[in-house]
Design a protein around this ligand. Structure first.
Ligand SMILES: [Zn+2]
Length: 244
């Protein structure tokens, strides 16, 4: 058994473990800003909906006020016409004036009917607006809480990543330079996974059986060997379970 090779294989296994952890954390961290933005967008969409409903309510209220002044001005016209009625000379003129007053009263009645409907609408919308306002406040609180939670978790992960980076540098420095190169190449070709533990003659990465002779060679630890199927650097799993 080549003890130096065995020590290097252990380092390779540690390096892989560390790199896999680092990659998982980096992936999570990459999604952090996106998650925060998605929550922000959800809140903004709801805020917009609330604002639209408020605008609609304001427009009904404005319409109601306009109707109020219209009714007021019709009432003024009716009063004026009533005043003029006494000064009218002919019956024809009198009838025509009465007809005019009646028309104004009909018009006023129609506007007042529509105002009653508007009052119902306004009351409904006010109630709805109060509910939406409370919902919005709840949502804002919930989203701010979630975002803070995500940021806090990300901060913890960043610290963990720093530790892992230091650990990796230290493992890397102890690794044979030739194996550093092999690891880098195998990692690139193996899409992030450079080394594979082998247990009971099975590569634990690609799950393929290692031929008996190759497995015996692997257990002897005299030379470096690659998985015949996935081409990753193999090591017997048992060596990582020994005392360090
Ligand atoms: Zn394999």
């Amino acid at each position: 058994m080549d003890e130096k090779l065995k020590a290097n294989l252990k380092l390779l296994a540690q390096l892989q473990f560390t790199d896999t952890e680092r990659a998982a954390i980096e992936k999570k961290l990459a999604g952090v800003e996106e998650s925060i933005a998605a929550l922000g967008a959800r809140l903004a969409a709801f805020e917009q909906q609330v604002a639209q409903e408020r605008e609609q309510l304001d427009s009904v209220k404005k319409h109601y006020r306009a109707s109020e002044s219209e009714v007021q001005s019709i009432e003024n016209s009716i009063v004026k016409s009533d005043d003029k009625l006494g000064a009218v000379k002919t019956n024809k003129e009198y009838q025509s004036m009465l007809k005019g007053i009646d028309d104004l009263k009909v018009k006023k009645g129609l506007i007042e009917d529509s105002m009653i409907e508007m009052l119902d609408q306004i009351a409904d919308a006010d109630r709805q607006a109060a509910i939406l306002k409370a919902d919005l406040a709840d949502m804002r609180r919930e989203i701010e809480y979630k975002q803070a939670d995500i940021r806090k978790e990300a901060e913890e992960q960043r610290l963990e990543l720093e530790d892992l980076n230091e650990e990796r540098d230290s493992i890397w420095a102890r690794l044979d330079p030739k194996l550093q190169k092999m690891y880098a190449r195998a990692k690139h070709q193996g899409r992030g996974i450079a080394v594979a533990a082998v247990e009971n003659a099975i590569c634990l990465v690609c799950r393929v059986n290692i031929p008996p002779q190759a497995y015996i060679e692997l257990l002897r630890i005299n030379s470096l060997s690659m998985c015949p199927s996935c081409q990753r650097i193999m090591y017997p799993k048992a060596i990582t379970e020994e005392d360090v």
